[in-house]
Design a protein around this ligand. Structure first.
Ligand code: ATP
Length: 285
């Protein structure tokens, strides 16, 4: 078996522009890779098969499709097509640690890990980021890791310096559909003539570099749709949390013990993670 892992991400800043003709939106995102990683292992098989394991609750794992609609199969097809290889059947094992449909790009991480494993198995030298950009807007960042500005639909990446800090991520057992979240935002903006992307001030980058909390941390155009789908998130935003991507995950910069005891009494799950982690990589047994 060949194994590779890839990180989930937080959006430390997320501005969403107009809807494009290709179905994506223009964005200005500051991505940061976190220490929650999924591990994808592959081997040749007589027919396609997918096994799922991991530390998440059964309710979370049940949200991951095991059939051909899993992003790992889509990734394999795109890889074989780009490589000009005859598709082969694969046994795929996903060890899932990134909460599902949570705004943490777990599916994109699996696609990135899958690409790294396939490149090793078939000894190719393909531009994985280019293949990844055809699978999903967050896949190139899951390949790159650490901290980066994402522009265009999120696939044009510019790495930036950041000190590793700790975050607490809180998430409910149910997810939010990214597509529905963007649609809700478009609906809210229906009267707006011109939709401008916003960008953080230069102090944001300096703060990340030295490990200080940026004042504009967590500015996110998808926060309002996320709260409209899950009004209970508002409580956690008022306690200093920020929605990642389309949510419903809420993250806290360097959390304190009081917050942890409040979360212990809530229905949310939570996990402590480090930021600025490496992108997709091969894992040796
Ligand atoms: P986004 O990257 O769009 O922000 P997200 O992080 O909110 O997405 P994901 O965990 O990537 O959400 O899952 C989105 C949906 O993708 C799930 O609800 C699930 O139906 C589908 N899916 C397909 N393959 C996978 C996979 N390997 N892992 C997780 N979800 C998958």
């Amino acid at each position: 078996m060949i194994s590779a892992s890839a990180p989930g991400k937080l959006n430390l800043f997320f501005s969403v522009g107009r809807a494009r003709d290709d179905g994506y939106h223009d964005v200005f995102s500051i991505y940061q890779a976190i220490s929650l990683r999924d591990i994808v292992s592959i081997r040749l098989a007589s027919e396609d098969k997918l096994n799922l394991s991991g530390t998440l609750s059964q309710k979370q794992l049940d949200m991951v499709p095991l059939d051909e609609s899993n992003i790992c199969f889509k990734t394999a097809n795109e890889f074989f097509m780009t490589a000009g290889l005859e598709p082969v059947a694969l046994q795929i094992n996903i060890e899932k640690h990134i909460p599902v449909a949570a705004g943490l790009a777990g599916g994109s991480a699996d696609a990135a890990a899958m690409l790294v494993a396939l490149q090793a198995m078939f000894e190719t030298d393909l531009d994985l980021s280019d293949i990844g950009s055809r699978i999903g807007a967050d896949v190139p960042f899951a390949l790159l890791g650490e901290t980066a500005i994402g522009s265009g639909n999120g696939v044009n990446l510019e790495p930036i310096d950041a000190t590793e800090v700790e975050y607490l991520i809180a998430y409910p057992n149910s997810g939010i559909s990214t597509q529905q979240s963007f649609e809700a935002l478009d609906e809210l903006r229906i009267e707006e003539q011109e939709i401008q992307l916003t960008m953080p001030g230069s102090d944001f980058y300096e703060d990340l570099r030295v490990g200080e909390r940026p004042i504009q941390l967590g500015q996110n155009d998808l926060e309002t749709p996320a709260v409209s789908f899950m009004p209970e998130l508002q409580t956690w935003l008022e306690l200093g949390g920020h929605v990642s991507g389309s949510g419903p995950s809420v993250y806290f910069w360097e959390p304190d013990a009081t917050l942890i005891s409040q979360l212990e009494e809530s229905s949310l799950s939570w996990v402590l993670v480090s930021g600025n982690q490496s992108g997709a990589r091969l894992e040796t047994e």
